[in-house]
Write a protein of this length. Structure first.
Length: 103
């Protein structure tokens, strides 16, 4: 009985330790989106954000532009808009500038 309890405690401690070890890695990635976008642009892999905005903003008349997010894995920008309390996301391929989706 005592051995079973110590195995559970050890298992729980190992699980908690592994979660704590992983969480700094997971939280570090989203904070560097801007830096990764800059590196991708300098490497010639993606178009500048201003160019993407110049293509997309005119296609969203009457909507207030709230700002971008960059997904380095997908190499895509998500531009956020709002109108009358309704939020609209426009996903754009950062390499070509092509609109992928609006939702």
């Amino acid at each position: 009985m005592k051995r079973r309890k110590s195995s559970r405690v050890l298992g729980a401690a190992l699980l908690a330790g592994s979660i704590l070890a992983i969480s700094p890695l997971a939280s570090a990635a989203p904070g560097d989106e801007q830096g990764q976008a800059r590196r991708d642009m300098r490497a010639g892999n993606v178009r500048p954000l201003r160019e993407i905005e110049q293509r997309v903003l005119p296609s969203m008349p009457g909507m207030q532009y709230l700002g971008p997010e960059y997904d380095p894995t997908a190499m895509a920008y998500r531009l956020k808009f709002i109108q009358n309390g309704r939020v609209v996301f426009v996903d754009v391929d950062a390499r070509s500038g092509q609109i992928l989706s609006r939702h």
